[in-house]
Write a protein that binds this ligand. Structure first.
Ligand SMILES: O=C(CO)COP(=O)(O)O
Length: 253
């Protein structure tokens, strides 16, 4: 299969310079499996990217939490993909549900962003996921397929894409998807990709889970065949993030 385990830490809109440095120190001192086993990416707010990048151990990498949909210019308040490339930031998170919901980012807009960021040479963590209402209405797969389709329509090379399945009802709620629920959606998504993109992409693309992942539930989730890692919010600001990184070894057994 060869899908390297991926653990992302999404720090969201949190932290002061002091707090950020403290988290980096904790990460730098941690004993974790090597880069051949797990890919670790942390995503501080834009303003802390340079300091985190300069202090962070070299086997971990940084991601921005967003970028502008096209070339930079007269777009007050935005940060362009070119700027991230200029700073040597390798990754960007796009389509997070907080942006889809609070800032009305549509499927098409997210698809355009993913395509533009990839074209500039960034690697993308593309987020998808259903709301509680959509899950209860039985439309989980239709929703995530629609979100994935809007991305698939705009890109032809998936090598630099990690797909993050983050059910909205599980984000920041402490209500984690069960390993079976996560596995079910990941497996369905892989099937959808096989039918609508290619068998090759379906077997190689990493599908990671996000939503109330913590040190206590990560091993069970990681044991599922189609769970290729995590995108962690709250727990990525705490020392337990190290335990989540270590859950990569569950795959090795
Ligand atoms: O949104 C998330 C990661 O992008 C998940 O957040 P929590 O881990 O805080 O639920």
């Amino acid at each position: 299969m060869g899908r390297k385990f991926f653990v992302g830490g999404n720090w969201k809109c949190n932290g002061t310079t002091e707090e950020v440095k403290k988290i980096v120190t904790t990460l730098n001192e941690a004993q974790v499996p090597g880069e051949d086993i797990v890919e670790v990416v942390v995503s501080p707010p834009f303003v802390f990217l340079p300091v985190v990048k300069s202090l962070l151990r070299s086997d971990f990498h940084v991601a921005a939490q967003n970028c502008w949909v096209r070339k930079g210019g007269a777009f007050t308040g935005e940060v362009s993909a070119e700027m991230l490339v200029n700073l040597g930031i390798p990754w960007v998170i796009l389509g997070h549900s907080e942006r889809r919901q609070l800032l009305n980012e549509s499927n098409e807009f997210v698809g355009d962003k993913v395509a533009y960021a990839l074209a500039q040479g960034l690697k993308v963590i593309a987020c998808i996921g259903e709301t509680l209402e959509q899950r209860e209405a039985g439309s989980t797969m239709a929703v995530v397929a629609e979100q994935t389709k809007a991305i698939a329509a705009k890109i032809s090379n998936w090598d630099n894409v990690v797909l993050a399945y983050e059910p909205v009802w599980a984000i920041g709620t402490g209500k984690v998807a069960t390993p079976a629920q996560a596995q079910e959606v990941h497996a369905e998504l892989r099937k959808w990709i096989e039918s609508n993109v290619s068998a090759e992409v379906a077997s190689s693309v990493r599908i990671i889970y996000g939503g109330s992942v913590n040190g206590g539930n990560c091993n069970e989730l990681a044991a599922k065949g189609d769970v290729d890692g995590f995108l962690v919010g709250g727990a990525s600001l705490k020392p337990e993030f190290i335990d989540i990184i270590k859950s990569a070894t569950v795959k090795k057994n």
